[in-house]
Design a protein around this ligand. Structure first.
Ligand SMILES: *Cc1c(COP(=O)(O)O)cnc(C)c1O
Length: 378
């Protein structure tokens, strides 16, 4: 991995092959230019105004209601939000959702980080952690003495997805990290108690917020732990977040631009048909890209088991004859950015975002650009 930096071969992809938008990263992801323009239209009546007044509260309400519709929130489920992104939400959950012991499926960087944060918490028992080979996920099994099951819906680092399900353990909560999945993948919301995410991935907005859809059982857990003598920093306190969210506010000031971009993107999904439409766009891009990789002599999907293969983040291995880092650099020089694989995985690999805001026609164009570059590098 410490090879000396090579200069990028001078390869110009013909303009008629290029996608209309070159952003294929896995986070932050493509933000739609017309939504950014509509933010500019609200430069004076929304940005720079108080989050305790109606214009911003209405935008938070639009985001919460839009998400409840998009994610098909079952009866009694609520959308809550706060500052700090999904990483901060792990800390919120460590303080306010896990009662004593959690079980984690760790099949990539993100699930692993949450598990190690919990392992370091002095007020919790040592968590149980199930791991599997990179590019697969472990099975979800009930574990004795566990009160929270934690896994990712889509492991952004490896491109493995796990369809949310409940273990055979009715009293425990199911906490699903949907940071790169929410809005891009179908799921059964009633299989989850806490479906949490941040808006800079499948929701095509910007970072800094965490959002969670919580079940009545999760609310009951939050209230019970808050009433106990466990100390919790106020900025990570889920009961405070719950109280503020119900008033369409956050405990402290959110990024108003992020709230706007997320609310409007969710509205765009809903106006076009909701989750079946938005997840359908990702599924279409996935069909194009994996179909291309299957047919290519130079490329193979990294995730072998088809139902574990992500429809929002594709990891594609390349034949040794093609150096993936060089390919990434050539693409970047042609305006196609952020296609590099996850560093810690250390594979000769590209990782490509296929989020709903990306036009499937652009994914198709990307495959033609890849063919062009592969031919030029061979
Ligand atoms: C990006 C990502 C995170 C971290 O999100 P932040 O908002 O940067 O904290 C957590 N989990 C998954 C699955 C992610 O893809």
């Amino acid at each position: 991995m410490n090879a000396p930096a090579q200069s990028t071969p001078d390869i110009t992809i013909p303009a008629d092959l290029l996608p209309s938008d070159g952003r294929f990263g896995s986070g932050p992801t493509k933000v739609r230019p017309d939504i950014v323009r509509s933010l500019a239209d609200h430069a004076t009546d929304y940005l720079g105004t108080s989050p305790r007044q109606l214009p911003v509260q209405l935008m938070v309400a639009e985001l919460r209601n839009g998400l409840a519709e998009l994610l098909r929130a079952p009866d009694g489920y609520e959308i809550i939000l706060g500052n700090g992104g999904s990483t901060a939400f792990w800390d919120c959950a460590t303080f306010g959702l896990i009662e004593n012991r959690s079980h984690h499926l760790a099949f990539g960087e993100f699930g692993g980080k949450f598990a190690s944060g919990v392992a370091a918490a002095p007020h919790l028992a040592e968590p149980s952690v199930a791991e599997s080979e990179p590019g697969t996920h472990p099975p979800l099994e009930a574990v004795d003495g566990v009160d929270a099951y934690c896994y990712t819906h889509n492991e952004t680092s490896t491109g493995v997805m796990f369809d949310p399900a409940r273990p055979d353990d009715p009293d425990a909560l199911v906490l699903v990290d949907a940071t790169s999945a929410a809005g891009g993948l179908h799921f059964d919301a009633s299989a989850t108690d806490v479906y949490y995410f941040a808006p800079q991935k499948a929701l095509a907005a910007d970072g800094g917020l965490w959002i969670a859809m919580v079940s009545p059982a999760a609310v009951e857990r939050i209230e019970r732990i808050a009433a106990s003598d466990r100390w919790c920093p106020p900025s990570l306190d889920l009961e405070i977040a719950l109280d503020n969210s119900r008033k369409d506010q956050t405990y402290n000031t959110p990024a108003l631009a992020t709230v706007f971009l997320a609310a409007k993107t969710v509205g765009w999904f809903n106006d076009n048909g909701g989750l079946s439409w938005s997840a359908g766009r990702s599924a279409k891009s996935a069909e194009i890209l994996y179909g291309w990789a299957d047919a290519s002599d130079a490329a193979t999907p990294f995730v072998q088991i088809e139902e574990q293969r992500s429809k929002v983040v594709a990891t594609i291995d390349f034949d040794d004859a093609i150096d993936a880092d060089t390919l990434v650099a050539v693409l970047r020089a042609n305006g196609i950015v952020d296609t590099n694989g996850y560093r810690k995985l250390g594979r000769n690999q590209l990782r490509i975002g296929m989020f709903p805001a990306i036009e499937p026609a652009d994914t198709e164009a990307l495959t033609h650009c890849l063919d062009y570059c592969i031919a030029a590098l061979s």
